[in-house]
Design a protein around this ligand. Structure first.
Ligand code: FMN
Length: 328
């Protein structure tokens, strides 16, 4: 699949997730098989660009191509400016967020709330596409609510505006994350437009990824929550798509090593104070479903230093590895 001049290495995309898809996590997912990883969203409000948080979000040092940065907002002029700013700071693809239902986002009419206002969508998309000479992509939901599934109208507006790929989360805004994602709307949109479509929502296994690709005819799938604590899901899906075989899951030693590498990158990227805090949720996700995981999570969440967090993580995984060796 191509996005403008960029050919993705496969059909697998890491979804943008605020507070999750920072540079260390994007790099890790790319190493483990994601063909593209979209950054956390960056506000179009230029007053925020100088903040530590936004500067960190715009840091792509060492990240594998293509570098896709998501922007969010409601004012076409500000969005165009945000696109230019990010393009000047290393973005190779600009992604526009009309898929996020968060209250904080929707109250200012951004994110998926924008889908209610098709003329404004058109103005924003045209302004952003005209502002930069790099590809612009769009992420949407299927509509505002189940009575107003206007993803096809939005898709047509996007295609006319020069958007180069469209990711669709198979839920409406009012669905938030409830119920199951539906793929009929995505299939319908895919059959009626000619730009690449990326299907998103509830893809959590290699079999589901293949099902969604086949059912919708989409060019790629986008995976969010299923990659949390399981960044190797991309190589597992890739293997299944290529061979029809299920790849065995990583053993505990490999999981430990992937997590320790991830932690080292988080500490380096954020420094000790924020790094330790950012690491907590990842450690929790990696230890989910493991024996004695709940007690470990409770304890490790209290660690305040890199040294303590690492020591507890080592001990938890090494104890599990020893237990497995004895049982084998
Ligand atoms: C913690 C979290 C943060 C998210 N942040 C964003 C965001 O910044 N921009 C966006 O377009 N979507 C965001 N989303 C939505 C995801 O990109 C994705 O569309 C959604 O999780 C459905 O995919 P999944 O079922 O594979 O998780 C977020 C989702 C989660 C769980």
């Amino acid at each position: 699949m191509f996005i403008g001049p960029y050919q993705l290495s496969n059909q697998l995309v890491l979804a943008p997730m605020a507070g999750v898809t920072d540079r260390p996590f994007r790099q890790l997912c790319k190493q483990l098989g994601a063909g593209m990883a979209v950054s956390e969203m960056v506000s179009s409000n230029s007053l925020l660009w100088g903040s530590e948080k936004t500067k960190r979000r715009a840091n792509h040092e060492g990240e594998a191509d293509p570098i896709s940065v998501q922007i969010m907002g409601t004012d076409p002029v500000m969005m165009a400016e945000a696109a230019r700013h990010n393009a000047d700071n290393g973005a190779q693809i600009i992604d526009i967020n009309m898929g996020c239902p968060a209250k904080k986002v929707c109250n200012v009419q951004a994110g998926s709330a924008l889908m209610q206002n098709e003329p404004l969508v058109k103005d924003i998309l045209e302004a952003v596409v005209n502002a930069v000479d790099i590809p612009v992509t769009l992420k949407t939901r299927t509509g505002w609510d189940t009575e107003n599934r206007n993803a096809l109208n939005i898709a047509r507006i996007a295609e006319h505006a020069g958007i180069q790929a469209l990711a669709i989360h198979g839920r409406t805004r009012t669905c938030m994350y409830k119920g199951d994602a539906e793929y009929d709307t995505i299939a319908n949109v895919k059959s009626r437009i000619s730009i690449p479509v990326i299907a998103n929502g509830d893809i959590s296994t290699p079999e589901k990824a293949k099902f969604v690709l086949d059912y919708t005819g989409a060019d790629a799938v986008m995976i969010g929550r299923a990659a949390q604590g399981k960044p190797w899901i991309f190589r597992e899906i890739e293997h299944y798509l290529q061979t029809g075989q299920i790849m065995s899951s990583p053993d505990t030693t490999e999981i430990r090593d992937i997590l320790l590498g991830h932690l080292a990158n988080l500490y380096e990227f954020y420094g000790e104070y924020t790094g330790v805090r950012m690491a907590r949720k990842h450690i929790s996700w990696y230890s989910k479903g493991q024996k004695h995981g709940a007690a470990f999570r409770q304890a490790v969440n209290k660690a305040e230093t890199i040294e303590k967090q690492l020591e507890m993580t080592h001990t938890f995984f090494n104890t599990m590895i020893k237990r497995e060796e004895i049982a084998a």
